[in-house]
Design a protein around this ligand. Sequence first.
Ligand code: NAD
Length: 368
Amino acid sequence: MTTTVEVFETQTISIFDQLDELGHEQVVFCNDHETGLRAIVGIHNTVLGPALGGTRMWSYKSESDALNDVLRLSRGMTFKNSVAGLNLGGGKAVIIGDARKHKTEALLRLFGRFINNLGGKYITAEDVGMSTKDIEMIAYETNHVCGLPESKGGSGDPSPFTALGVYVSMKAAAKKAYGNDSLAGKKVAVQGVGHVGEYLVAHLVKEGAKVYISDIYEDRLKAVAQKYNGVEIVGTDAIYDLPVDIYSPCALGATVNDETLPRLKAQIIAGCANNQLKDERKHGQICLDKGIIYAPDFLINAGGVINIATEVNGSYNREWATSQVEGLYDRTLQVLDISLKDGKNAQIVAMEIALKRIKDMARIKSIG
Ligand code: NAD
């Protein structure tokens, strides 16, 4: 683990050089011809505890895209779990394939067996392309999994908690931008209405925001637009040009980049997607310079993992988890306060808080 803030950029360097640069402890490749399983587990840092982070299933264009994604995501989990005050390290897994076509019981259970072989160093959960049902399959083969249905003693789908955390943090960002945290009447563009995106839309509509949505799947768009009053569908590219107050990336990462920043009109960027800034330092700084309040992704989307952490501790309590997630309002305000006062990129401020905690805990663990 590096103790300074490292900035990630897409690399064409060797795998080990990438691991060195990002500070990974271990990366595991899982392969099986019969089931078609091709998965990569990234264990970034285990100073605070076992590495916890979900599994993503996605049709990556190339194996290097998949590796790149798992490296970025697992590193992000280290920051997320640390800044959320959890005794958990950072890890993540990706399965290469189309979640709507290639997911089978055998593939998921074999993946569970690979996770089991890691002996608890990595604990998995849901991410894009995975559901609680899939988690149940994985759990047939390993105990190192969470996000199981509540009926099975788990904490259930983390998405409503992630959405709650993003919603309260968006309100905190609004407080900084407008002097009060009301989202009533604010125009919000939600990019991606999957698990988290839909729950977020529900909060926003309830508060009286005007919501625009985009998604690559027509069925998702129709379902959400029909269910929530006044929600308008926009194109996947047109979303970047909308005259909105808040842009909420809730699909995949790197959507805040050289190409989109000149197009975005929003004064706030706050969403659940991981790794929203293509380049943490450069694009975080551009947000700051343009007067855009960027609410750090790994800080505000920690609701799901905060909820899950109570399951890992073996004492799941929904009320306690909810109150912890609501605490993201104050944490976001705190980070944005420092960012604006010191004129420092909010993402870097949040990363420094996370790194300091890891460094402090490593030190106290070395005593006695
Ligand atoms: P999901 O797969 O349920 O939803 C993602 C949605 O984005 C899908 O409907 C997909 O069709 C859509 N999408 C993909 N590419 C798009 C594009 N170019 N434009 C518009 N829409 C697009 O996933 P989710 O669980 O809702 O997670 C969403 C994001 O939040 C991911 O980046 C995930 O890593 C992150 N996240 C999720 C959780 C959680 O609790 N589920 C927690 C923390 C972070």
